[in-house]
Write a protein that binds this ligand. Structure first.
Ligand code: AMP
Ligand code: ZN
Length: 115
C-alpha cells in the first residue's frame, strides 16, 4: 500500500471517513465534499492508481464495484429515481486522488453535458 495515498490510508483506518460499506475488495465512504444529496465513493481496497491501470486480473473487482453500487443505491433510496456513476481519469478528467474510485451521485437531477 502506498503510504502517501489518501484512500489507502482511509481504507487502512489511518484517516477518518464516513464509511458505509466494506467487504474484502470494496469500501464505500461518503464524499467529504458532497456534490449531491447522496455522494458516495466506491473504492477498490486494492491500490490501483486509475481506471487506466485496471488489468485483466481486476475485472472481477470492477464487477464487484458495480454490484456494490447497485446495492447501495437501493439502500440510499435513489435507485428508482436514478443516479450517476462517474470515474474521473487523469488531469482533464478531473481526477484528484490517484486511487481507483467511482463516484455515485444521486438525490437530485443530474445535468448533461457535465462541466
Ligand atoms: P476525484 O476528483 O475524482 O479524484 O475524486 C476525489 C474525491 O475525493 C473528491 O470528490 C473529494 O471531495 C473526495 N475526498 C477528498 N478527500 C476526502 C476524504 N478525506 N474523505 C472523503 N472524500 C474525500
Ligand atoms: Zn491507494
Amino acid at each position: 500500500m502506498p503510504s502517501d495515498c489518501l484512500f489507502c490510508r482511509i481504507i487502512a483506518g489511518e484517516l477518518p471517513s464516513a464509511q458505509i460499506y466494506a467487504d474484502d475488495s470494496v469500501v464505500a465512504i461518503r464524499d467529504i465534499s458532497p456534490q449531491a444529496p447522496t455522494h458516495i465513493l466506491l473504492l477498490s481496497r486494492k491500490h490501483i492508481a486509475s481506471v487506466r491501470d485496471v488489468a485483466e486480473e481486476d475485472h472481477d473487482l470492477i464487477g464487484k464495484i458495480c454490484d456494490v453500487g447497485t446495492e447501495l443505491a437501493t439502500r440510499e433510496g435513489i435507485a428508482d429515481d436514478g443516479y450517476r456513476l462517474v470515474i474521473n481519469v487523469g488531469r482533464d478528467g478531473g481526477q484528484t486522488v490517484d486511487h481507483l474510485h467511482v463516484h455515485m451521485l444521486g438525490g437530485r437531477h443530474m445535468a448533461w453535458p457535465p462541466g
